[in-house]
Every structure is written in structure tokens, then in C-alpha cells.
Design a protein. Sequence first.
Lengths: 290, 330
Amino acid sequence: MNIVNQVGTESKTSKENGIIMNEMSASGATAAVAERPLGLETRGLHAWFGSHHVLSDINLQFPERSVTGLIGPSGCGKSTYLRMLNRMHEFIPSAAMAGEVLMDGSDIYAPEVDAAAMRLKVGMVFQKPNPFPAMTIKENVLSGIKLANLEVPNHDEVVEKCLTRAGLWKEVKDRLNASGGSLSGGQQQRLCIARSLAVEPTILLMDEPCSALDPGSTLRIEETIHELAEKITVVIVTHNMQQASRVSDYCAFFLSDGGPGILVEADATRKMFTNPTDTRTADYVQGKFG
Amino acid sequence: MSQTGSISAPQNVPQKREMHVVYSTGDRIFRRIVTAGALTSLIVLALIGLFLLARGVEIFRDMGPKFITGTNWTAGSGDGIIPAEFSIGPMLAGTIVTSLIALFFAVPLSIAGALYMEFFAPAKIKSTLVSMLDLAAAIPSLFFGLWGVQVFSSMGERWAALTSHYLGWFPLFNNELEIFGRSPFIAGLVLAAMIVPIITSVSREVYSRTPRELVDSCHALGGTRWGAIRAVVLPFGRSGVVGGAMLGLGRALGETVAVYLLLNLVFKYNFNILESEGGNIASLIATKFGEATPYELKALLAAGFVLFLLTLTVNMAATAVVQRTAKAQS
């Protein structure tokens, strides 16, 4: 992606200066967090399961090479939102949507888009570590390449590079042919991250990647996320306020009052946690509800 | 006694106390009922085996190993001029050959059907398909036999003729006589149709238990639906499908009426599956039972015992495979 090269010289500390607006609307919220080049953006996004309206009018932009945390109480639709960013939403039989998800400016839900090819650019890590049980560690890392029939000159190089980026290489380099299931939970999750990286995505979606892990493994994964954000855009759903404040550059707060989930506020993480615009955000990040 | 805890080992290890699980009267009665139920089926199975063995043991003693391998079934003349001789070699081979043909066709068909129902069928017709499948599994085999004779045979003969024409150089498909009716091939195909429902049903059940997040991962990695099936669903369901196939095999091995209607009972080893001769143990028993001499009856029951052992082995293997899958998945 050429956009990556254009912003390559920009320093990481400038991220928080990029905020340009933060405005509220009656139907929910419109929030844009940056004027940096955009890898991913949603416009007027709605989601339904059958007749149940679960997300309403989500407008959000994800600055390239940053970490955005999606926070909010259970049932506010943040996981659904995440799954709409790589079209996993459509696998649920009764699911419906409206609005647009723009990747590099073009709508990924457009009829001519090849969903499988699009997902190559958007990696995903799930809540529960889920390495493929019938495959070895090495095969797990290479599984995406095999699934998409990609041509890669040097498989071993890919394996080492991805496992290193996921912070797992040192621990497993002597047993690449062991089963993925033989690793600990935290290692399995890092293997899943390595697996997503093998197809070189520009965006990585993480759905509560640490909620099934112990604090030590959580810390390792958060370090990994920081390192990844130097090269790719990370969107992470988390229930853990401390994690959101530690790991993200930007936060988006989702909330449902029984109706469809709305985006209450999105801003730089520091502002969201110290001086949010909306009182509901303040109450939530201070642990008064949720 | 000191109140503070000590890290070093306690000086006096106390005596172990006895613990009793106390069941209420209702629990005890219920337990006896279910135990009796479980034991009854085991006892009935054992008694059937013993009955067959007891009646057939004389034949096993008289004929020796030749009973299994020989190719002659003669009731003998009552005056003893022509001695009675019983052996089931061709029938045992026919049982296995027709069952393997059935498996060969039924397993791929069942896997395809199960994958379609679980991953491709629209939600609306899926439930209809599933209940129709269970209905199909309950169709009496007599109807499969009649359908085989009346409807399928002529088509099967054409297929057999084509196979023989193009693959006749291969011993299995050789047919010098150019008569293609009533062959193990056709019987095997009808058996295949008969066991497809049970194998499909078991396979679909296993496939449906594939962890959702593994399939999602494949999609998230840019895989297609076929990619996800190949990478995750098929490996996950492999042992389950083997278990289903074994259940189908068990049914095919013991099939009586369909084979009785479809095959000419010929006591000759026939591994040219397109030729019109064959038979299996169950249909042998059905054919000979009505007019058997007392001694021949014993031979039939001995044959039954062999079949009993064969199906028991297959079913136990199936159970073992299915249990291993369940264990691996937990």
C-alpha cells in the first residue's frame, strides 16, 4: 500500500495532534478522530439481526498505523461492528446492514468486491485462542498462505518473520513441528496473531484477544500490539478499561440503552480517559456502570 | 493444638476418615432399573452368540478351517452315499466384496451430501433435508431390494457394461460372458443407496460440531468456503465419518433381503465383480433355511455365528473410533 509509505516519516507522537473534530448528533454520534491518511472508515453503518436493530449510524475513522480501542458494556454491538469491518457479519444467516465500510476509500460491501480477497488485507484475532488443531505450529502460520493460494518464495522466512513479530519465535523456534494445541493459551493466541500476519494484512482486528488469558500473557500481547501498530492499523475490542488505556491511541465508546448500539464518543485515548466530552463516557471509563 | 499454620510437614498425620455416598431410596431403585436395562441388552447379545456357537460347534468340529475357506455346500443324500459338506468361503468373500463396493460409492456421496446440508443448503430446505434423510435411513431394506431388481438393475447393467468395456483389462472388471445382470457390482450399488442415509446423517452431525471460530478464522484469513472445509471441517470430522462408514458397513454386511433378491447364489469365489454370481452369508441363510436338513441347519447357524462375529467386530471398531473422536474433541 502506497499510503503507508507517504506517512512513513511521520513520528508516532504526532498521532494525538491529528484530532480534528468530535461532534454529537441526536441519532447517535459522528466522530472523526484524525486527518491523517485513512485506511479504514465507516459511514452511516447500521446492523440488524433479523428485525433486531443492533447498531445505528456508526461514523468512525481509523487513522493508519494506530491502535483504536472499541469500548463499551456487553451487548452494545462493538463485536458486531468489528465483524462488519471484514465482512464476517454476513455469515450470520439473518444479518443485514446499511451504510458503508470504506477501505482506502472504496466500499468493501460493493457487489464487485471479492470478500475473500478483501479479507486478506484485514487480519482477525478472536476472543478464544483457536489455532487449527490438526496443524503444526509452522502449518498454522502458513495456513493463510495456503488457504488463499498465495505464492511465497521462502516459507521458513515467513514463519520466522511472523512468529518474531508476534513475539513467539524464541519460545517455539525449536519445535515448529509440534501441534499448535501443545502451546499455552497465551502462546496459542500469539500463534493466532502470527497466523494473521502471514498474509501481510494492513489492518488487524482483535476481538477481546486477551479476555481468556492470564495477566502475563496479556502483557506480552499488548507489547506485540504496540509493535504491530508501527506498521499496521489495529482495531481492538476490549472490556478492560486498563487495557484500553494502556494499548490504544484512540478510543471509541459504544453504548446501547436497550435499543440499537450507538457511538457515544470517539477521541484520543488520553482525552477519553481524562476529559471526555460526554458524561456517559466519563461514567463508563470511571467504572460507574458496565 | 497450635492455631498458627506451619509450612513444614505436620507431625501427626491424622487417620483418614471414611466417606460414604448415600443414595436415597428413589435413587437406588432408579439405579437398579437402568442397570437391569443395560445388562439385559448385553445378556441378550451374549445369549445370541452362545446359541449360534452351541448349535454350530459340531460343524466347526467336523469341517475345521475348511468351513471358512472351502467352496462347497452340499446337504448330502440322506443315505450317506453323498456326504454332506458345508463351507462358506465364497459367501464370506461375497459379503465383504459387496459391502466394500457399497462403501466405495456411499462414503464420497455421503460426505458430499453432509457438506451440502451443513454448509451450502439454504436454511429453509436444510431442516426438510435432515428429516427426509432420517426417514430414508428407516426405509426397510426389502424396498431397496425390490427397487434394485425392478428399477435399478437395467441401469446398473449399462454401467457395468461400460465399465467392462473400458476397464475390462483390469481383473476386477473382467467379464468374459458379457452378461451383466445380478452381479455383486449391482448388489453393491443397491447396498450403497441403502447405507448412504446413515453415513450422511452421522457425518453431518459431526461436521455441524466443527468449532464455529475455526471456520471463521479460515474466512478471516482470506480463505474460501471450500478452503475452510478442506483445512478445518474435513480433518475435524474425519474420525466421525469413519465411525459413520463403519455403521453403514455393519448394515451392508448383514443385509439379507436386498442381496437375496439381487444375487444368484453361486458357490464359487468371484472377484470379477461384474459377473453374475455371488451371494452373501445372510442371503445364504435365508435361501437354505426353509428346506434345510437338521445337519444343514447347524451349518447355517455356524455361518450365522461367523457373520455375527464379523458385524460385532465392525461395530466395536466403529464405537472405538467414535469414542476416540469424542475424546479428542473434548
